[in-house]
Design a protein around this ligand. Sequence first.
Ligand SMILES: [Zn+2]
Length: 412
Amino acid sequence: MLAVGCGMLGQLLAADSGYRGPRVPCGQGHEAVFTAYRDKAIDTVLGPVTLNRAWYHCAECGHGVAPRDAELGVAGASMSPGLAAMNDLAAAAGPFAGAARLLEELAGVRLDARRVGRAAEASGAAVAAAGRERAALIASRKVVPLPPSPLPDKLYAVVDGTGVPMTARETAGREGKGEDGRARTREVKLGVFFTQDKLDKDGYPVRDKATTSIIATFEPAAAFGSLVRAEGIRRGADHVRQLTVLGDGAAWIWGIATDKFPEATQIVDLFHAREHLHSLTRSLEFMLLDRRDEWLAARLEDLDYGYIDGIEAAVRQYPLEGVKKDEVERELGYFLNNAPRMRYHWFRQCGLFVGSGVVEASCKTVVAQRLKQAGMHWTVAGADAIIALRCKEASSQWEAICDHRHNQTPAA
Ligand SMILES: [Zn+2]
């Protein structure tokens, strides 16, 4: 079937020679002159086909150009757009060798694993560049996204970071947590956006289906902040009634939240706060002894209510000295610094999410599942490209619902 289809596709393509007159624009402001008909081999979903098309040459830039390539979406590429999309999907899902096998088993297309990787990384880099370009256009108000319709009640931005294992060259000279003090990973920062309108019958918030969009970058917090701001605007941050930023308590997250979305409610992820409470309890274990479990249970109750003063008072009952005092103060500091972001009882009354199972899941699915497999070492460029493909895929449901052309209006 594929062979028959491939033969038909070859003939269909041959019906147009790509001749567009004796001269065509070269793309750099000059005219290119028709030179000859030349072959170009492309791999398609149906198999390899050879395209014979008119070839023009620009004397001024010294470059050749085939208008037909651009029309077919294969300029500078050796895969058809259809095959490239399949390749992106497979390479975003798993290691390149496995992706090549998948393409052969499921689609009958035989590609070298290295070529799968190169093509996917090129696509991913283009996706990431398009995302940055869109963010810059939104930031400069050259593109003004219209409010989403219907307007959601609550928009959430969940911000997190996670390490990606890197090649030695990418981490050279960077300090890390390893025993030798060398970094093994580079942090990718993620912003996950979704909306929520409803509560379930028990009064818990329910995430609106297919509203998730994700952005990610290895760039420093400042650059990430601009991307988050632009995505927030695109998602209607300026129009929704309730905007919320959820994070694990890291200072850079609140720096971005305060700077980019000063109107947003800031909430420390309850699950992270609970983990910190467990480690605070461990630090006090030697004083608590067999009252440990009881003490922890009571503090967890304090936390669920957002009663940070109660946690502080319970800790201060134990006079500590020296190293132990520093350790406990540090653990307690996490709660004191974030107390306004831990008013969980109040947040729940407002019908807000207080735990970001969402971002944990997103970090895992977008980054860990694909990029943190045993033995993997990435370059920043390679990891950035594959993460971009995975973010695009994770965001695609929302994109599909929200048609760009109808949802954006150029300001000029
Ligand atoms: Zn030219």
